[in-house]
Design a protein around this ligand. Structure first.
Ligand code: ANZ
Ligand code: ZN
Length: 865
């Protein structure tokens, strides 16, 4: 008998496919007035060209490929592209290690991985390939950067930034995970003061948040992660004037802790110093309960205060050190609280009281305003702090019941009392208001009097995009002594990354050591200018690459807006959940920037997002360090690409983690062998015969029923749950049913036209999952035309319907009726049918059914009293 030999079949089809460059090419958008096919853009996240695919890639692409093939067969015009996220640090590390230039290393990795993708039989249109490290692509990063600069969306500022000593570069906030580098799990990120370029993601914070509500094609967990990352808080900003220390009461003019624990009404002589401290609070309603102000150690005013006070300076140093440590261990929220009284007071604009001003390690410099009013009676953290330092607590909010009935109750035991469905007390004109109403009124009052207003605070920060690295897009900016920051004129783009750059481990941007690169001419004054030597974060590249696929060869614009208007939004995006915050927020931001530049009409890049589970081995994520990596090449060599991909879909539902087991791949390979032999055994019968379900004999009926049930299952799953594991299991079951009928097929008991139906459809159902064997068998069946565009089989409900059985129903052993149920009905269904039968209902009227005995498919006996 013939043997299934993927090592022979697969390379042959690779050659056939490679000779047809348009095989997977999308059709152009229909011209106005034409109605084309409906479009479908299916996209898998582009890989970093590390040198070889891992199983996570294989799984991701097997899902996308099955979907793309299915949608073609459903008659859609499908765009299914692939590209390379080709800038980034590993290329520089490899250059250091092997002395290969990053460009060569990257391009040869791309070639190797592309070969692997071809071997896997993935249906990409390589004519739209995008490689982000090539000037054809990155010049548009530069162009976008200049557009953003001109709109004030790209700006340069000195600030505290995250620095990974291992990467020797700055990282965006999104790239710091629990205080560590996203690339180096064990490397603590440091804070440095540097001049950096930022993109104003915060301009779109509200829109990015609101947009999530409409993204119902995205997993809820991703939307929740983004909501938390954006972190919107409604509250108020309130300005406190600093008291002029010269006017402070005599006995408080020394720095003691004790002095800083009490709140006193400001007396008439107290004057403001002119300095102001703004606080951000979500609970302005508790402002009469504020008993201190707390500044972050990094707050601007702290610098002024410590300048005059070395003892304070020393203590603040300690606080900074503690914050740094806490950041490193990951959880600054759980920091052990410490603080120091500054010796100064501020004036509460609502109560006209003097609040001691402290510096505390639990206040962050980069959230809100970097300063808070501390309300120990109503905030957990403030409570803990005040208890430690003996700072006064003041109750200004209490449960309605307590306020209205038991005013003299033991209120202290309630503290900290943080509920908001309560009433204000001890709050001047605002007494007896509910908290929420008080928040509105007090914010309005602050605004009226010019010392505050309602505001919204976001956790999201602007995106720091400067990287002190070589292998990235040069930032297209010039520094002129006369004209300051000047963008490179657009007709001088791209600013080419110089090929010969010495990469060393020493600090500073490698481009800074290339004088030919650095020294430039100012386009405004013609004088000498210095080029920016930082490069862009590689997440810039991936923020818009999927737009470029629609028009990858355009040399005069990033893309033609008409093409993007046709293809966008992406209908289905598939990738790893690890990008939920990074790439998926940046690309939502970039889309909005492009929209506001008039380039795209869509607000969101992708209508639907699917995040597949991880591939694990022996319970752990596959990784070099764990030594449990299974190479796709090995699997392909041993079992073929079809079996490898099909196993990746079969072993688990696609959203769950998949435990890779080689036995399983072997099992799928055996199944494909069984399919191959079955089809080859009967191919001669079907060849030259038009498929038509003519057989009305029971054998044909049973086979057709199984076929149509399987078509129905797979069709429904593609449209909904994507449980490809159960789809493939259903095909396996169907093949078992078919092979059990081998003799009836061979003997002609099943008519040839019906055999043709079975074989043809079996091949069609396999096509999205195992394209090589499907193409091979399609040819063996003598079917002409491209399997890729063959219509997906339709299921016929009538044919799929199970046969019915007649089941006799007895009462106390005597036959009383017969009911019809589906052949495979379960016991409950059969019992319900018996009890619902009219004759039976009449016969048991007024009696009690004490027992129901069912012999499945044969008999029901009701025992009645
Ligand atoms: C007074 C107050 C009283 C507060 C009260 C809360 C309860 P979210 O929801 O996270 O936005 N806060 C403000 N800026 C801070 C900073 N830079 N570092 C640490 N804490 C800061 O939290 C806002 C609340 O967190 C603010 O409201 C402030 O404390 C604190 F009964 O102000 B609240
Ligand atoms: Zn100039």
């Amino acid at each position: 008998e013939v043997r299934y030999n993927p090592a022979e079949i697969e390379p042959r089809w690779q050659q056939i496919w490679a000779a047809q460059p348009d095989l997977y090419a999308a059709e152009a958008a229909p011209k106005p007035g034409e109605t084309g096919k409906p479009k479908y853009y299916v996209l898998e996240m582009l890989p970093y060209p590390s040198g070889q695919l891992h199983m996570g890639h294989v799984r991701n692409y097997a899902i996308g490929d099955a979907l793309a093939r299915y949608m073609w067969m459903q008659g859609y015009n499908v765009l299914h592209p692939m590209g390379w996220d080709a800038f980034g640090l590993p290329a520089e590390n490899a250059a250091l290690k092997n002395n290969t230039p990053p460009r060569e290393w990257t391009l040869s990795n791309i070639a190797a991985m592309k070969r692997q993708m071809e071997r896997l039989g993935l249906s990409y249109d390589w004519q739209t390939e995008v490689t982000t490290c090539l000037p054809e692509y990155y010049r548009w990063n530069q162009w976008f950067f200049i557009q953003m600069f001109n709109k004030g969306l790209a700006y340069r500022r000195k600030s505290k930034v995250n620095w990974c000593p291992e990467c020797a570069t700055v990282l965006a906030n999104e790239q710091v995970i629990n205080g560590r580098c996203w690339r180096h799990e064990d490397t603590l990120v440091e804070q440095r003061d540097l001049e950096q370029w930022f993109l104003r993601t915060t301009n779109y914070a509200q829109e990015l948040l609101d947009g999530l509500d409409k993204l119902d094609g995205w997993p809820e967990k991703v939307r929740t992660m983004q909501r938390n990352w954006i972190g919107r808080s409604e509250g108020a900003a309130v300005e406190f004037a600093m008291e002029d220390p010269a006017t402070a009461p005599e006995d408080e003019k020394h720095l003691t802790r004790h002095a800083g624990t009490h709140v006193l009404p400001a007396h008439d002589d107290v004057k403001a110093s002119g300095e102001k401290v703004a606080v951000f609070t979500t609970r302005i309603d508790t402002i009469f309960g504020a008993t201190s102000l707390q500044l972050a150690p990094g707050h601007a005013l702290v610098k002024t205060l410590t300048a005059e006070n070395p003892r304070l300076a020393k203590e603040v140093e300690d606080l900074i050190e503690q914050q740094k440590k806490a950041r490193e261990t990951g959880d600054i929220g759980a920091i052990e609280k410490h603080g120091v009284f500054t010796g100064r007071y501020a004036i509460n604009p609502f109560s006209n009281e003097r609040l001691p001003v402290w510096v505390a390690n639990y206040i962050l410099a980069d959230y809100g305003t970097g300063a808070i009013m501390s309300v120990p009676a109503h905030d957990e953290r403030d409570f803990e702090f005040a208890k430690k330092y003996g700072i006064e607590m003041r109750i200004v909010v209490l449960p309605r019941r307590t306020v209205e009935v038991e005013t003299d109750g033991p209120q202290e035991t309630l503290l900290p009392y943080t509920e908001e469905d309560s009433l204000l007390i001890n709050s001047g004109d605002f007494n007896m208001l509910g908290c929420v109403e008080a928040q509105h009124r007090m914010a309005a009052y602050a605004q009226e009097h010019g010392f505050g207003q309602a505001t919204v605070s976001f956790r999201l920060k602007d995106w720091g995009v400067s990287r002190q690295r070589y292998w990235g897009t040069p930032i297209p900016m010039l520094y002129c002594e006369k004209d300051g920051i000047v963008p490179v004129p657009e007709d001088q783009l791209p600013v080419i990354l110089p090929p010969q750059v010495e990469i060393t481990q020493q600090g500073g941007s490698p481009l800074g050591r290339v004088p030919e690169f650095v020294n430039a001419t100012c386009p405004k004054c013609g004088g000498p200018a210095r080029r920016e030597t930082d490069t862009m974060d590689t997440f810039v590249d991936s923020s818009w690459y999927f737009y470029r696929y629609t028009d990858a060869k355009n040399s005069s614009a990033p893309f033609d807006p008409a093409k993007v208007a046709y293809w966008f939004p992406i209908d289905q995006y598939i990738g790893g959940v690890e990008h939920a915050i990074l790439h998926l927020i940046y690309s939502r931001f970039w889309t909005r920037v492009m929209r506001d530049l008039g380039l795209v009409k869509n607000d969101e890049p992708a209508a639907r997002l699917f995040t597949q589970g991880m591939v694990i081995k022996g319970g752990a994520k596959m990784s070099k360090s764990k030594g449990n990596v299974v190479s796709p090449d090995d699997m392909i060599a041993r079992y073929g690409a079809d079996a490898t991909r099909m196993y990746a879909l079969f072993a688990a539902p696609p959203d769950r983690d998949l435990d890779w087991q080689e036995d399983g791949v072997a099992g799928v390979s055996r199944f494909l062998g069984k399919v191959y032999r079955f089809v080859m055994r009967h191919a001669a019968i079907a060849r030259g015969v038009t498929a038509q379900a003519t057989g009305s004999d029971p054998a044909s009926q049973q086979l057709l029923r199984k076929l149509h049930q399987t078509i129905r299952k797979i069709t429904q799953d593609f449209g909904g749950r994507w449980h490809f594991n159960t789809c493939i299991a259903a095909v396996m079951e169907m093949v078992n049913t078919f092979t059990a009928a081998d003799e009836k097929i061979a003997s002609g008991e099943v008519p040839p036209a019906t055999v043709a139906v079975l074989l043809e459809n079996l091949v069609l159902l396999l096509a999205p999952f195992a394209p090589y064997i499907a193409c091979e068998l399609w040819q063996e069946l003598g079917r002409q035309g491209d399997l890729l565009r063959a219509p997906w089989p339709q299921f016929d409900e009538a044919l799929a319907k199970e046969d019915e059985l007649e089941v006799p129903v007895q009462l106390n052993g005597k036959l009383r009726s017969v009911v019809r149920v589906a052949a495979e009905a379960d016991q409950d269904t059969i019992r319900d049918a018996a009890l619902a039968d009219e004759k039976i209902k009449a016969a048991i009227e007024g009696k009690e059914v004490v027992k129901v005995i069912i012999v499945t498919g044969k008999l029901v006996n009701l025992v009645v009293k």
